[in-house]
Ligand binder design. Structure first.
Ligand SMILES: CCCCCCC/C=C/C(=O)SCCNC(=O)CCNC(=O)[C@H](O)C(C)(C)COP(=O)(O)OP(=O)(O)OC[C@H]1O[C@@H](n2cnc3c(N)ncnc32)[C@H](O)[C@@H]1OP(=O)(O)O
Length: 243
C-alpha cells in the first residue's frame, strides 16, 4: 500500500478514512496475507497528523478527526495481516506512530530520513496510546528521553535505539521488505495472529477503555488558545523554512 496524499502524506481526516477502508478490504480478501506500507513519494514517508485538521476548526471537527485517528490505530495495530513498514522518507510524529504499529520496520539509509515522536517540539504532548506504542517498541527509559526531548532519530540511531528493525540502502528497501515478508509468511497465520493479539491486547484495551475520555481530552486541549498559537507558529516556521 502506497501512502499518497501530496505534498507530505499528512494524515488528514480523508486520508485516515481511506486507509481504514483499504485495510478492511485487504483483510476481507482471503488471497491477501501481508501488506508492505510505503510512500509514493520517496523522501517523505509521512509528516504525521495533518496540522490543518487541528488548527482553527470547531470542537465537533476535532472530535471527528481524533475518532478517525483512533479508528486507524486500532485497525492497523490489530490487523490480522503481516504489516511491514518500508520507510522511504522522513517519518515524524504520526508518521512514526504509523510505523510503530506495523509488525516490522525497515528504514532507508539516508540522514534526512529521521523518525521519532517529536510532539514536544510543537508544544504539544503525545497521547498515552502513542506513548504506550513507543514504550512497547523501545522500552520505558528510551521512550521517556525520546518523548521529552521530541527526538527525531537519523537511521543509525533509530536502529540503535530499536525504533526500526533494519536500516538498508535506499535501493534495497523494497526487496528487503519482500524478503522480510516471506519470512513472516512462512509462519502459520493462526499461530502468528493469536500471538500478535496476545502481545497487543493490553495496549489495545487501554485505549478502548478510555476512547471517549481521550477524545474529550484532545478536544479541550487542542481548543486552548495557547495550543492553537503554538500550532500556528509551528506551521509558520515550516512555511518560512522555504523562503
Ligand atoms: C493539540 C493536542 C495534541 C495532541 C497530540 C497530537 C499528536 C500529534 C501528532 C502529529 O503528528 S503532529 C504533526 C507533526 N509533524 C511534524 O512535525 C512534521 C512537520 N513537517 C516537516 O517536518 C516537513 O514538512 C517534512 C515532513 C520533513 C517535509 O519537508 P519538506 O521540506 O519536504 O516539505 P515542507 O516544505 O516542510 O512542507 C510542504 C508543505 O506541507 C506542509 N506540511 C508539512 N507538514 C505538515 C503537517 N504535518 N500537516 C499539514 N501540513 C504540513 C508545509 O507547511 C508545506 O506547506 P506549504 O508551505 O507548501 O503551504
Amino acid at each position: 500500500m502506497k501512502l499518497k496524499n501530496p505534498p507530505v502524506n499528512s494524515l488528514s481526516l480523508e486520508m485516515l478514512t481511506e486507509l481504514v477502508i483499504n485495510l478492511e478490504k485487504l483483510e476481507n480478501d482471503k488471497a491477501v496475507r501481508g501488506l508492505v506500507l510505503t510512500s509514493e513519494y520517496p523522501g517523505i514517508f509521512s509528516a504525521g497528523l495533518d496540522l490543518m485538521e487541528m488548527c482553527g476548526r470547531n470542537p465537533a471537527h476535532y472530535a471527528e478527526y481524533w475518532k478517525a485517528l483512533q479508528e486507524f490505530w486500532l485497525k492497523l495495530y490489530q490487523s490480522s495481516l503481516v504489516v511491514v513498514a518500508a520507510i522511504n522518507g522522513a517519518s515524524p510524529a504520526g508518521g512514526c506512530l504509523m510505523s510503530l504499529i506495523c509488525d516490522y520496520r525497515i528504514l532507508a539509509d539516508n540522514p534526512k530520513y529521521t523518525i521519532g515522536l517529536n510532539e514536544t517540539l510543537l508544544g504539544i504532548v503525545a497521547p498515552f496510546w502513542f506513548k504506550d506504542t513507543m514504550v512497547n517498541t523501545i522500552g520505558h527509559r528510551a521512550s521517556e528521553r525520546a518523548l521529552q526531548l521530541g527526538l527525531l532519530f537519523p537511521p543509525a540511531e533509530a536502529l540503535q535505539v530499536g525504533l526500526v528493525d533494519q536500516v538498508v540502502p535506499e535501493d534495497k528497501l523494497q526487496s528487503t521488505a519482500l524478503s522480510v515478508m516471506a519470512q513472516w509468511l512462512a509462519i502459520p497465520d493462526h499461530a502468528r495472529q493469536l500471538t500478535k493479539t496476545m502481545m497487543r491486547k493490553p495496549t489495545v484495551d487501554h485505549l478502548v477503555k478510555q476512547r471517549d475520555a481521550d477524545i474529550q481530552n484532545f478536544v479541550s486541549f487542542v481548543s486552548r488558545d495557547s495550543i492553537q498559537k503554538s500550532l500556528q507558529m509551528y506551521l509558520q516556521k515550516l512555511r518560512q523554512k522555504k523562503s
